[in-house]
Design a protein around this ligand. Structure first.
Ligand SMILES: C[S@@+](CC[C@H](N)C(=O)[O-])C[C@H]1O[C@@H](n2cnc3c(N)ncnc32)[C@H](O)[C@@H]1O
Length: 299
């Protein structure tokens, strides 16, 4: 059934069909088009990039060592490739092939075609969006280059949760932010969870990681940004007031537990507050970033 489905797709493109030596592997050598390779053995070493996706520590190590990251789901895989990231390989169940036809046609990376149960066995979870791609990381730009020409920048201090980082990138992209800066300890925007939650906004939003935390804001001040520390402290200025009439704005967002450090709060030009209903201490950092970006976009 798998071979029929896969064969039909490439057959339709006039592809050449060649059977490899391995008893469980069929392959279709179609020149510049991604080579479709049926894999039926979960221990096949070619699937190494996709192994144990739930094991965060193991994945961080593996992805750093090999300079790769994973994209999940048809839209996100397409956005990664369109943003210029080179695919190392694709992994998908037959029913997802057609949706990614255009991407596979333009890639020279192998596409491993597996059953849904095998995908689950390899990755450790049910891949309900069906398509995965392993892509090569590109070197990150410098902070100076991503803030050059930017008018609104979001700066994250030690935001360590991948879901929050992904949600912040998605909101920042949607609400007109020009760039994101990360303190050295922030979670990786290209970690699978961040990529998924961001719906690919991590590919289009320029971002950089600061070389150091202590004087990390100095570069923004030198570039003429007003640095605004977002804090739920009730003696801070309301965010609408804080951004009114400003040209270049850097919104400083603090970590999930303790919030912004004293160092960054003292280094900032202004402290700004999103007023909340009585009895609520603070917003989640991703929610607070979305509100701050929305207000700042209308300054
Ligand atoms: C979960 S909050 C941290 C709460 C921490 N107890 C504090 O006092 O900052 C994470 C970040 O979201 C932002 N934030 C959350 N609620 C906010 C509010 N009402 N006004 C301004 N910023 C807020 C701040 O940047 C904060 O550092």
């Amino acid at each position: 059934m798998l071979a029929t489905l896969v064969g039909r797709r490439v057959g339709h493109q006039g592809a050449r069909w060649a059977r490899k030596n391995e008893p469980h592997v069929h392959s279709w050598d179609v020149g510049v088009v991604a080579e479709l390779i049926e894999v039926a053995d979960a221990s096949d070493p070619r699937l190494a990039d996709y192994r144990d996706l739930r094991d965060v520590e193991l994945r961080k190590h593996l992805e750093a060592e090999h300079g790769l990251f994973l994209a999940e789901g048809e839209k996100v895989v397409r956005r990664a490739v369109e943003a210029g990231f080179r695919a190392r390989s694709f992994l998908m169940a037959p029913r997802w092939l057609e949706g990614l036809d255009d991407v596979l046609e333009r890639s020279d990376a192998p596409c491993y075609v597996v059953s849904e149960s095998l995908a689950e066995k390899v990755t450790g979870f049910h891949v309900h969006r069906g398509a995965l791609a392993s892509l090569e990381r590109m070197p990150l730009p410098t902070a100076a280059s991503v803030i050059a020409g930017a008018r609104t920048v979001v700066v994250l201090e030690d935001v360590v949760d991948h879901t929050n980082v992904g949600a912040i990138f998605r909101s920042a992209a949607a609400l007109g932010v020009d760039a994101v800066l990360l303190s050295p300890r922030c979670a990786d925007p290209l970690y699978r969870r961040s990529v998924k939650v961001a719906m690919g906004a991590v590919f289009s939003m320029p971002y950089a990681r600061m070389g150091e935390w202590y004087d990390g804001l100095a570069e923004l001040s030198r570039a003429g940004f007003t640095t605004i520390a977002l804090t739920p402290a009730d003696d801070a200025v309301e965010i609408e007031e804080a951004v009114k009439g400003l040209d270049r704005v850097a919104l400083l967002m603090g970590s999930e537990g303790p919030g912004l450090s004293r160092r960054w709060i003292e280094a900032a030009d202004v402290r700004a507050l999103i007023p909340m209903a009585a009895g609520i201490d603070s917003l989640n950092v991703a929610a607070a970033t979305a509100v701050a970006c929305y207000v700042t976009a209308r300054r």
